[in-house]
Design a protein around this ligand. Sequence first.
Ligand code: PHE
Length: 492
Amino acid sequence: MAEEAILGYLEKNPEISDSGRFADEFGLDHNEVVNVIKSLNGFRYVDAEDIKMEKWVLTNEGETYTATGSPEMQLFLAIPPEGIPREELQKKLGPSIFKIGCAQAAKNKWVEMGKQMISRKVHHVEDKVKNLLLQIKDGKEIYDEDVKALKARKLIVSQTWKGYLVRRGSNYAPRRKKVATDLTRENLQRGDWRELEFKEYNFNAKGQPLLCGHLHPLLKVRQQIKNIFRQMGFEEMPTNNYVESSFWNFDALFQPQQHPARDAHDTFFLKAPSTTRELPEDYVERVKQVHETGGYGSKGYGYNWKREEANKNLLRTHTTAVTSRMLYMLAQKPFAPKKYFSIDRVFRNEAVDRTHLAEFHQIEGLICGQGLTLGDLIGVLYDFFSRLGMSKLRFKPAYNPYTEPSMEIFSYHEGFKKWVEVGNSGMFRPEMLLPMGFPEDARIIAWGLSLERPTMIMYGVDNIRDLFGHKVDLSLVKKNPICRLGIEARSE
Ligand code: PHE
């Protein structure tokens, strides 16, 4: 309909100067006309130029007066020739029409406002306001001063109107050519493929949304990081136990029992089963010794180590709990160099805010070898983080009960133009490794980071609750782009 009208009109006329007026003239819906123009413009049947206009439209109040008449008119008509007491008139009209009506009618000198009585001053009046409103509704022009007055009374507001000026395009034809979308067997048999005109490919068209499951951004980033670790020759550690004993989560890591992290304020302890069933007894004894009196060149902490404290079950607070179990097992075998990693969930009894959740994910990597140094750690961190796309690093001395030296890792963020903390690292202490049974010259370098942090930076999420947890918008999960680590994210 609209298409025929537009192409037909342009056959006889050089242009459609205003798509809005055109739509009115032909009794078409302007939205439909606009859609057809856009499509014809895309195929160069027409050249369309945007036109924008400020248009006046009636407010709800203005609209009402086109039916009821203006308040001043309503008031005038409600006054009988002999006049009427104020209260009575107010009751007749209602307080708001009465108020506006009085003000306007008095201004127009239509009425005499006595102390008690209101009476007509003239015999006949014209409802100018109603007429003006009707004119605006019809799209007619009115004088500026009238526009001003109606605007001041909030009976009209301006609206930007968008339409098109349309001329013939380079592919103009009075009718759209039927274009073929497929070359069929019949076309080939009949030979009519020679005459067919084929629809051009639209390489910018978006594909149909897929009706299938979608990976959460955290899963995508996790997969990429797993790939990086594997490319670097790391093996994955088993992380399938959220529940851990305090022993593996803290004690084996030379974390003293009075350490604030072991408080219920920071850690979720389990009610049932509240304690662990078994621990390797001779190793437990060595851990107790190293906490209490030291050994292996250490003075220890010099406090009374309690088994009950080590037995307490908790939700692991870091994946280093997995590491300590793994390293203990490794130390029971003849020494061999190893590279391990893990990526899984950890839990902290923390106040939730835009960067903290009570559950999140940690990434951890470690290398076990003879004679490794801090230089090796720094080197491997450069290697690992550059594969994540962070090649400018800085290190800051830090403290962990289980590593010495320890370093916080910072990376320069080109987008934020500042250094952001991206992880923590260190060399495991002899007080941790030697009781496990590692030889004297075994050195283990390790680092950890959260999975959420790089994911938030990569996907531009600034509140962790929008990424993970029950408040996540499912369309984020559906629409998030693929993840290619180490390649500058395209900003779209
Ligand atoms: N476990 C540390 C954390 O929770 C990270 C870390 C891992 C630090 C390994 C040093 C070595 O932040």
